[in-house]
Ligand binder design. Structure first.
Ligand SMILES: N[C@@H](CCC(=O)N[C@@H](CS)C(=O)NCC(=O)O)C(=O)O
Length: 266
């Protein structure tokens, strides 16, 4: 039996749920939602399976694996007979992994920076400060912790915000250019690359930012194609986002400043 430790709005969890739903695999859900600054949500032995203490974490019987992109590859290897999200063609696999690599090369960290600067900082300011101190004491990734500290203190004036916005502008532009002459990111087939990156359009869109890339027609067509799939409904829409309202309000308030950064040449 597959068990996924996750929570509604996590982009990393969304991509794993997309993989599970596209492959129509049965899985059990266990919610571990520390993102509001509550470390007590983690099961006692969680760090044994994921030293970073983050979700998603997948269990397949007595085997456990963290890291969303590795979980997706594991599902392709372990369940090859179900709907295929990875080509058998070495060159297409390499192209797929190059797109996915961008996530760990900065995009996921940039997404957290944008989230903390726009909305989480307001949430954390209202959180019980003892609970929040415990959350940060238990955060094992020192870079994540110091980035959060800067972003909570400085919000939209954080020096980490402009390069994070620019990282997305660059990514979306590259995707748009590629998609002008290809149906999917890895070439001919819908793949792990598509489901891994689509979640960031959803995330930045939740901050009311999508007009920034409204002219990127190929990217938007690709997005529409994915969000109309049944798996996207099940994996993303149906799970929802308990912070959606806050994202919408704080995103709208931050829009002019974000737009200025987006329009700067770097
Ligand atoms: N590289 C990891 C990143 C995982 C990650 O950042 N997880 C976030 C949610 S997207 C998390 O657990 N957040 C909880 C917290 O911030 O306390 C992956 O791709 O799985």
């Amino acid at each position: 039996m597959l068990t996924l430790f996750h929570y509604d709005r996590s982009t990393a969890a969304q991509r794993v749920r997309l993989g599970l739903e596209e492959k129509k695999l049965e899985w059990e859900s266990i919610i571990v939602d520390t993102a509001l600054g509550d470390a007590s949500q983690r099961p006692a032995d969680f760090h044994k399976y994921n030293p970073k203490g983050l979700i998603p974490l997948l269990k397949d019987g007595d085997f456990s694996i963290p890291e969303s992109t590795l979980i997706l590859e594991y599902l392709e290897d372990a369940y090859p007979d179900d709907f295929n999200l990875r080509s058998k063609e070495p060159k297409e696999i390499a192209k797929m992994r190059l797109w996915m690599r961008k996530i760990e090369d900065g995009i996921h960290v940039a997404s957290r920076t944008i989230g903390v600067c726009i909305v989480n900082r307001h949430i954390y300011q209202k959180t019980d400060q003892k609970q929040l101190a415990d959350y940060y004491a238990k955060m094992r990734d020192g870079v994540r912790k110091s980035n959060d500290k800067i972003n909570i203190e400085m919000g939209l004036d954080s020096p980490l915000l402009p390069p994070s916005i620019q990282a997305f502008k660059q990514l979306f532009s590259e995707m748009n250019e590629h998609l002008q002459s290809h149906n999917w990111l890895a070439g001919n087939n819908y793949s792990l690359a598509d489901i891994s990156l689509v979640v960031y359009l959803t995330r930045l869109g939740s901050f009311q930012m999508s007009t920034l890339w409204s002219e990127m027609t190929a990217l938007n067509k690709w997005f529409e194609k994915i969000i109309s799939r049944e798996a996207y409904k099940k994996a993303v829409i149906d799970w929802g986002d308990i912070t959606a309202e806050k994202r919408r309000i704080e995103g709208a308030a931050a829009f002019e400043q974000i737009k200025k950064i987006w329009q700067q040449e770097f």
